[in-house]
Design a protein around this ligand. Sequence first.
Ligand code: BGC
Length: 765
Amino acid sequence: MKWIYSVSLAVTLAMQPAFANELFGQHPLTPEARDAFVTDLLKKMTLDEKIGQMRLITVGPENTKDVIRGMIKDGQVGAIFNTVTRPDIRAMQDQVMQLSRLKIPLFFAYDVVHGQRTAFPIPLALASSWDLDAIATVGRISAYEAADDGLNMTWAPMVDVTREPRWGRVSEGFGEDTWLTSEMGRAMVESMQGKSPADRYSIMTSVKHYAAYGAVEGGRDYNTVDMSPQRLFQDYLPPYKAALDAGSGGVMVSLNAINGVPATSNSWLLKDILRDEWKFKGITISDHGAIKELIRHGVASDPQDAVRVAVKAGVNMSMSDEYYSRYLPELVKNGAVTEQEIDDATRHVLNVKYDMGLFNDPYSHLGPKESDPVDTNAENRLHRTQARDVARKSIVLLKNRLETLPLKKSGTVALIGPLADSHLDMIGSWSAAAVAAQSVTLRQGMSNALANKATLLYAKGANVTDNKGIIDFLNLYEQAVQIDTRSPQALLDEAVATAKKADVVVLAIGEARGMVHEASSQTNIIIPDSQQKLIDAVKATGKPLVLVLMNGRPLALVKEDQQADALLETWFSGTEGGNAIADVLFGDYNPSGKLPMSFPRSVGQIPMYYNHLNTGRPYNYLVPNKYTSHYYDEANGPLFPFGYGLSYTRFSLSDVKMSGSTMSREGSVTASVTVTNTGKRDGATVVQLYLNDQVASISRPVKELKGFKRIMLKAGESQTVSFKIDKSALMFWNAQMQQVAEPGKFSVMIGLDSAKTVNSEFTYL
Ligand code: BGC
C-alpha cells in the first residue's frame, strides 16, 4: 500500500475549549475502550436523545439550516449529509457544542465515490486499471480532500457486482467479477480509512449497497432480485465481506428486495449474516427514503409499521426521512419496539462516532476557523498529477487496425463529436464536489499535447442525442446537456467539411453522464442515433477514424467496431481526462487497461458474463450444432471479453509451469508463466489467473478469476509471473450451502484476457 500523505500532514489540531466537557478527552481508539465509553454514554441518554442519534438528514428545502439548528438543540439528529464545506460543517458542530444537552458530535457524510474536489475516473474505469496502487492513490486523495472539507464519512465504495449494462449504476461499481470487485473495494476501504478513520486526513467508508443491488431484474433500477443462495454467497456477497474485513465502518442497505424480502426489512441479511456471521460492529444505514418504501414493497402497512419493521430488521440509521424520530417514541411506549432495540441501534451510531475520533475532538476534520480555505474551489486544492496518472491507466484500447494509434503530432487532426469539448460529462456522475469547469476536455487535452506542432480542427458534429424526451430527462434537475440549435444536417455538414481537411479524425462519442446514473436504466445500450449518423458521415470521408468512447456502461458496438480504425474506451475520465486521453492518443502513454465487464454484441445477449456455467449443451463455434445453447440470430459470445485490452506493444505468454501436479488439502501449488514484451515499446499489461473445477458436486463456472498481476515490461523484456493457489481459491458453496473445496481436477488458465489463455491443470487431493 502506498501512503501519499506523510506524517507532516497529519497535523494534530488543538482542542477547542468551547466544547470541553466530561465526554471529551484522549480516548484510546480501541474496541474495549469504545465499548466501555458507549455503554456509559448510553446510560446518560434519554430515549429521545437515542432516537435522535438514529436520524441522518440532508440539508435542503425540507431541512433548512434553521430547522436543523432546532433539531440539534433538541438532540434530534445524529448525522448530516450533503453539506460539504468547512464553514457550514463547523457552524453545525458549534451548535451541537453550544446548544445540545449532551454535546454528542454530529458526523458529516457525502457521496465521495471517485474523488471529492478532484474527480478521478468513474469506478468502472478505475476497475479497468486493474491497479491496486492506483486505487490506493484515488482512495487516499479522495479521503484527504473530503477530510479537508470537514467530512467524516463517505457513501462508498460501491461494490455491487453486476452483469447488467442496462443498469444505470453500473458506472459506480467495479464490474462483473467478484474477485476484481473485492480487491478494488478492499483497496478503497484501506486507503480511505488509512490507519484509522480518526486520522486528520482519513474518512470512514460505508460500503454499499448491501446486498446484490447490481442484480436488479432487467437492469431496472430499484427493482427486484431473486437469486439462488449459492449465487448470492459465491458471486455477490464476497465484495461486501471483503470491504468489511478491510474495516469499513459503515454499510448502506440496498433499495431492492432479495428473494421477496426488501433489504431494509431483511433481518437475515442485516443481523444473521452481517452481525452474527461476519461480526460487523459498525453502522447500518438505510438508503435514501428506503424506510417509507417498505410500505410500497408491501411489507409494512403504514409509516409507523415501516419504522418498526426496519428497526427490528437491524437498520440503525434512517437516511433522509423523519420517520424514526416521528414514530419510534410511540412504538417504544406501546412495546412494539423495545428500548433494547433502540440501544442496540444507538450503540452502533456512537461506536462509529467514537471510531471517527469525534469524542477526542469533534473538530478534528475542521481545525480552527482561520485555517479554512479562502476559496473552496481553489486550484491548489486539486490533485491533477495523480488524476492524470490514474486516468491514463484506466483507458482501454479495444482496437488498433494497422497501428492507427498512436497518432503523430504533425499534420492536421480533426476532433469531432458532442463529447469532445464537454467539461461536465468528463467528470462523470456522482462527481461529489468536483467543479466541471475545472476539468480538462479532450479538445483542451489534445490542444495541450499538440501545442504548435500540428493543426487541431474541431466540430461538434451532432448533439449527444436528438431525442427530445431523453434531452428533457437529462436536463430535469440541471442544465446537463447543452443543445446546439443548428439543424442535425448543418452539424453533420460542418463535421464532414472539417474531416475532409484533416489527415485523421478523432470522434469523441458515447453517452452523456446522466444517461448512466442512478435511475438511468436503458432498454438499449447503443450509441444514440444522432451520433451513429455522425460516424456514418465521417466514415464516408475515408479518413482514418479513431473512435474515442466516453460512456459509463458496456455498449453494443458491433457496427462502430467495423467502422473504426481504432477504438479507445475512455469511460468518464475525470478532472484530468482530456490530458490523459491525449497522452494515450499521441503515444505519451502506452495503454494498459483491461475491461472489467464483457461487452455484449447486442442487448438481447444480456446477461453476458465470462464466468457462466457450461450447461449440458454448450455452443462450440468450431462444431456448430443447432441443439446447443446459443442465439441463432447473433454470434455467440461477447464483442469484447472480460479482461480484454490491447497495448501499443505486444506480449507473448509461455506455457504454464506448475510447481506440482497435485495439491494436498491444506497445501498449495504455484502456476507460473513467462511474459515477454515482443514489441518495440515499453508497456504494462495485466496477467490474469482463472480456475475451473472440472468435476464437482454442482456445476461450476467455466472459469473464475482468482488472481491478477499488473506488470511493466520494457521492449524485449521478459518476466515470470507466479500465482500461488491454495484451498481458498477452490472453495464454493455446495447444494447444502456449505463452503467446501472438493477433491478433483482443476484447470489453470492464464491469459492477458479471459478468452485467450494458456492452460494447465492440477489435482486437488
Ligand atoms: C443512492 C445512494 C446514495 C444516497 C445518498 C441514494 O439515492 O442510492 O447510493 O449514497 O442516495 O446520496
